[in-house]
Design a protein around this ligand. Sequence first.
Ligand code: NAP
Length: 245
Amino acid sequence: MNKRTVIITGASRGIGRATAMRFAQEGYNVLINYLHSEQEAMRLLEMLKKSNCNAHAFKADVSKHGQVDDMVSFCVEVFGALDVIVNNAGVAQTRLFTDITQDDWRTVTDINLGGVFNCCQCAAKHMIKNKKGRIINISSVWGMVGASCEVHYSAAKAGVIGLTKALAKELAPSGIRVNCIAPGIIETDMLKDYTEAELGELKKEIPSGRLGTPFDVAECALYLADEKNDYITGQVISPNGGFVV
Ligand code: NAP
């Protein structure tokens, strides 16, 4: 049985939740990170424990370096290791460029890009000592091609891709692989501001004919976490049904 340990940020809902479920099924020890959705995180924790997964939950705001540091220390203390981190926590916001306030810019970049920086740095300190580890950062197709009315989100997600590539080069000699997943349109709470009609229109633009599911993304994360896939680093894999190729 696989007894590697994974931290998944933003695991209370959506893609993070599905990723936690899949890693648990594969025998990983799982640390569920959440911020506001405590009930959802506790429900997931109970579910994973019932399926015999060694799991814990930890509340931390990924945009706060100290809280992330405490989360990584907690992980190493309770599980004795940190092998994989999936930096998934994120927020989206739709605004005309001219309406984006300084606060909007800071919030969206602090969480989506600053959060990835904090998690990579705190995890890397631990992984470098062990000369192995897997870092998986969640970007977005909008970080690849840009989205109108999501300039701050697109910029942050493009930053995640740049960070991944640079860090992959720096950490490869230490045995650490750093990769990025840039999902297309995935059915989660993040789509709640879209109308049914808008989702229908988007679906028409996806050659595979459907929106993505959180499990489509989780499978990519499992692949990148697998020790067998040791020669893949600094890459961006985009589960998007052919929407962006
Ligand atoms: P979601 O359902 O809205 O879930 C977002 C998760 O992020 C929640 O678990 C939330 O935790 C957590 N989170 C937000 N801010 C946080 C913070 N400061 N600290 C810790 N956790 C925080 O969204 P999703 O669709 O699953 O998105 C997951 C990731 O995929 C994001 O990075 C998103 O940008 C990316 N993505 C999504 C799509 C899509 O179409 N859905 C497409 C491309 C990329 P709490 O609720 O506990 O606060």
